[in-house]
Every structure is written in C-alpha cells, then in structure tokens.
Design a protein. Structure first.
Length: 189
C-alpha cells in the first residue's frame, strides 16, 4: 500500500507545475503577492514603528558601540516586534517588500537630513561626551552612559594606556565607542 501511495505522489509531482509543487496551487502562488491591507497602511505603520524604534534606541543611551548580550537580544526583539506590527496580519510578499522599503527609506531620509544639519545630527545621534579628563573620570558621564569601572578600564587598556592617570582625554563617541588620547610622556618632548 505504501509503495502505491509513493508512486501516486511521484506521478502527481511530475504532472504538476512548479507553483503547484511549491505552493499547492496556482491560486496560492498568486495569493502570496496579494495585499490584505492597503499599501499606504503598511508604509505608515513602518514609518511610525521605525521612528519609534529609533527613539527607544536613542533613549537607551547605548549607540551600538559595545552591545552586551542583553542589548543585542533587545535590539533583535525590537526589530522583530516592529516588523510584525508593520505588516499587521498581512503575510504577503508584497507587504514585506513595502515594509522593508519603508524602513530603509526612513533611514535614508534621516541620514540625508543629518548630513545637511548639525543640529538635526546632534538631535538624532547625540554628541560625544567627555569620560576622562587629565586622568580623572567624569562620574556623571559614567552614570549617564551606564558605564561601570570595568568598562572604563577595558577602554583605557584598549586605548594603549595602563591606567586612568595616563589618559589625557577620553570621549564616549556617538556610536557608543570610547576614544582615548593618552598624555604625552614628558621625556618625548
């Protein structure tokens, strides 16, 4: 009996078109492109969710420089939730393409305005903050950037210094990375 069913499935596959084999029917292949919500609703949802996700990331003060495992999971989850909400219940290929194009377009528009206006760039990206000055840690910056003493020491070592006292100035850049400028050795002068 099993051999007869296997032969029947094989002949059905041979006799069917690609769409019937992969999707189940020609109607199923056409349906994967049909929107179940208006295209403009997908664009509006994607735009709002893109801007809201950007705001959430901006408020978290971690610009992506040193993402912890928790930060990475949070960003992936936010993206997944935003994508699901942007598409609503429409799982068509067309809705996915419109949503992806909307997310990318918002990024491009924000980058364009950011490159044209310093004040818009500061609003969008923030500005570098002084973390260490003349060997002294700015505690307020550590608190605002949620940096531990271990984070600061790791950055100091990565910057080629052995201690905080050997740092002339250190900045927390807008992308979350820490830039270190070492003090000049008096013997080098």
């Amino acid at each position: 009996m099993a051999q007869i069913e296997a032969i029947q499935v094989y002949t059905d596959v041979q006799d069917s078109s690609w769409a019937r084999t992969c999707v189940g029917s020609i109607e199923g292949a056409e349906a994967m492109w049909e929107l179940t919500v208006p295209w403009w609703e997908v664009v509006i949802r994607s735009t709002v969710l893109s801007l809201f996700t950007l705001l959430l990331i901006r408020l978290s003060n971690r610009g992506g420089g040193d993402l912890s495992a928790t930060d990475l999971v949070l960003l992936i989850t936010l993206g997944n939730i935003a994508a699901s909400a942007a598409l609503k219940s429409d799982d068509s290929v067309s809705a996915a393409i419109i949503s992806m194009a909307s997310f990318v377009s918002i990024g491009a528009v924000l980058n364009f305005f950011s490159s044209k206006s310093k004040s818009f760039d500061r609003l969008l990206e923030g500005s570098p903050r002084i973390l260490i000055h003349n060997g002294k840690i700015n505690e307020e910056t550590c608190k605002n950037e949620r940096l531990s003493k271990q984070d600061v020491m790791r950055a100091v070592r990565n910057g080629g210094c052995v201690s905080i006292a050997s740092v002339h100035v250190a900045f927390v850049e807008t992308n979350g990375k820490i830039s270190i400028i070492a003090k000049q050795n008096r013997l080098d002068k």
